[in-house]
Design a binder for this molecule. Sequence first.
Ligand code: ATP
Ligand code: MG
Length: 259
Amino acid sequence: LSWPTKGDVQVENLVAEYVPSVPILHSISFSVKHGEKIGVVGRTGAGKSTLSLALLRFIEASSGRIMLDGVDISKIGLEDLRRNITIIPQDPVLFKGTIRFNLDPFSEYPEEIVWDALRRTHLVRESSIHSSSSVASINASEDSISDTETLAIEHMSGVFSSLDAEIKENGQNLSLGQRQLVALARALVRRSRLIIMDEATASVDFDTDDRIQRTIRGYEFANSTLFCIAHRLRTIIDYDRVLVLDKGKVAEFDTPYNL
Ligand code: ATP
Ligand code: MG
């Protein structure tokens, strides 16, 4: 397993700015233990997205530092850092190609792992397929189709039934919520220890929203640290803690119960 192996996060006096001498995050400090589920809230412009950009060094700290598992991230190679942290943006980008390609572009993982991630994100029906071999046999019985790639496309209410199911350009054949689920599945395949999710602001249907939250709270993410930038309080009501940002400062950091 690659670094970070745990997912402890320590932010120390972090100052972040887009324009020199115009700080957006004003020396913020907080720490999070591995596995914690943190809701991040605050008014528009409070600095929530800026914080997530700083965690991936899309914006560099102008002073202070961020430590992951005790290592200052400014000392980590950018590629290494970004490969090991998953960010799920408000509108995730998917590639044109198969679902398998989207989850494992370099074919680094066994099919079982990819299937498993799809199952755990409720993107494939529990009962429909349990192994790739059973897919093949189901498909083989549909004689008119000779090639498994074509078959693939069976696509029941946004639920994949084959690893070869086709994702269109920009994922336009999936809903926004489903694209976020695919991004979560990607995080599962890679076993990311740190996941930053920017909840979709546009409306996601209740069912999909529920699937996203159930996935996040499932045991498969128990060992991952998660920041969820939330726009609906309902989303984070049973998170471990809530980080309230206000004008680039930490206004509160406590359990939802105490807030
Ligand atoms: P929202 O809830 O609307 O997504 P947010 O809390 O994510 O808001 P940020 O996007 O972090 O807010 O923005 C914080 C501040 O940084 C805002 O004042 C914004 O104008 C400024 N800002 C954001 N991106 C840039 C940028 N690329 N260049 C300059 N200023 C920026
Ligand atoms: Mg934002």
